[in-house]
Design a protein around this ligand. Structure first.
Ligand code: NAD
Length: 363
């Protein structure tokens, strides 16, 4: 296989964790006889500094022509001024929209040796293996009007939560198809007791469910789902939900895995690359971690596992994806830890050191 991967390191620890993932790529290429071409482009704060926009046209074009995109993270305090005309996160929203990435997949499967790193009791975490499918291009983050206005002499702000049935339907299909490959259960999360958009969500998910007779569907209100994620996380298989609920629940679910640094994500849409697979965007779920940026201690596992998802979903390389996941699992099983995972008294490895151990398992 010959594949062209666009790499967007971004800001803060983004370049550090992406460099670690790019060190894994040649090991996979050599072991399986593939050619991976990579091409770096600007996004986020670095792009604002260089070009005045969070998503330069050149980056957008390159992403739309690539087989897949690997992203680090964007953002940082130097671009946080609320009055700034352009913000790093706009680059993320814009690339998701440009690539039509409507489904964000976040698998959470805590490594057995890391159960103690989670604030939850280890027995609660036994058997946790869930996948959150979050709608990514609709809902309140994109609805209009979105504005400030003055009413009766007072400033008001308004955001709009809008979903059309086609948006709900296509992300529901992603969830049901994933459930068919897994344990056959979908939990749809909404707020149907209050929100009209959630009532349409529930109705539409029910309609899609009729096409998947082998999959069990349950509906859970978002407030209850937030609680069940902590009290009975192992009961979930696939969770499907709208954009903002998914944003919040996926961060909560990340706690189950011990550190945000461990968790990957895949964003998929309808467009296909030249190999016939979805042209996805892959990124760790964490942000740019300005508090540790530049110190070389970031945990690169979430980015390396994102690369595994890229191999699986955008290149159809299941064996290669599993090999990368196994290399990470073996590294953790052997007791190697970055600072965010290390127990008291344990000497942590830095980013490059853990990258080297993971690469050694792919040799
Ligand atoms: P964050 O995820 O960057 O960091 C939260 C905490 O987790 C920090 O203490 C950080 O040091 C730690 N952490 C995160 N990733 C880690 C890793 N790989 N290894 C070790 N520790 C890690 O969230 P935040 O601090 O709320 O946000 C920082 C910046 O990142 C903000 O500008 C925010 O807007 C941006 N952000 C970007 C994305 C993205 O690019 N997708 C997502 C979330 C936040």
């Amino acid at each position: 296989m010959e594949a062209r991967i666009v790499v967007l390191p971004g800001d803060g620890i983004g370049p550090e964790v992406v460099a670690a993932a790019l060190a894994v790529l040649p090991a996979v290429a050599a072991r399986y006889g593939h050619t991976f071409e990579t091409e770096e482009h600007l996004i986020g704060g670095g792009a604002i500094d260089a070009c005045g926009t969070a998503l330069p046209d050149e980056t957008r074009r390159a992403c739309l022509q690539a087989d897949a995109v690997l992203l680090g993270a964007v953002g940082g305090p130097q671009w946080d001024d609320p009055a700034a005309p352009v913000r790093p996160e706009q680059g993320l929203l814009a690339i998701r929209q440009a690539m039509g990435l409507f489904a964000n997949l976040r698998p959470v499967r805590p490594h057995p040796d890391l159960l103690a790193a989670s604030p939850l009791r280890p027995e609660r975490l036994q058997g946790v293996d869930l996948l959150v499918v979050r709608e990514l291009t609709g809902g309140i983050y994109f609805g209009t009007p979105r504005e400030r206005r003055t009413v009766n002499g007072e400033i008001q702000a308004v955001d709009t939560l809008v979903y059309s049935q086609s948006e709900i339907r296509r992300v529901s299909h992603v969830a049901f198809q994933a459930a068919r490959q897994r344990r056959g259960k979908v939990t749809s999360v909404d707020k149907a007791n209050v929100l009209e958009s959630s009532r349409l969500w529930r109705q539409t998910v029910n309609e899609v469910a009729a096409e998947y007779p082998g999959v069990v569907l349950e509906h859970v209100l978002v407030d209850a789902a937030a609680m069940h994620l902590l009290t009975r996380p192992a009961s979930f298989d696939v969770i499907v939900t709208e954009n903002m609920f998914g944003d919040i629940l996926t961060d909560e679910a990340s706690v189950l895995a011990g550190s945000m640094g461990n968790l990957p994500s895949a964003s998929l849409g309808e467009t296909r690359n030249r190999h016939g697979f979805p042209r996805g965007l892959y990124e760790p779920i964490h942000g740019s971690a300005p508090d540790i940026a530049g110190r070389g201690i970031a945990n690169p596992i979430g980015t390396i596992l994102s690369l595994a998802l890229l191999l699986r979903h955008s290149l159809g390389l299941e064996g290669e994806a599993r090999a990368v996941e196994a290399a990470v699992a073996q590294t953790l099983a052997a007791g190697y830890r970055t600072a965010d995972l290390a127990a008291n008294g344990q000497k942590p490895l830095n980013t490059q050191e853990i990258e080297a151990v993971i690469v050694s398992h792919l040799g």
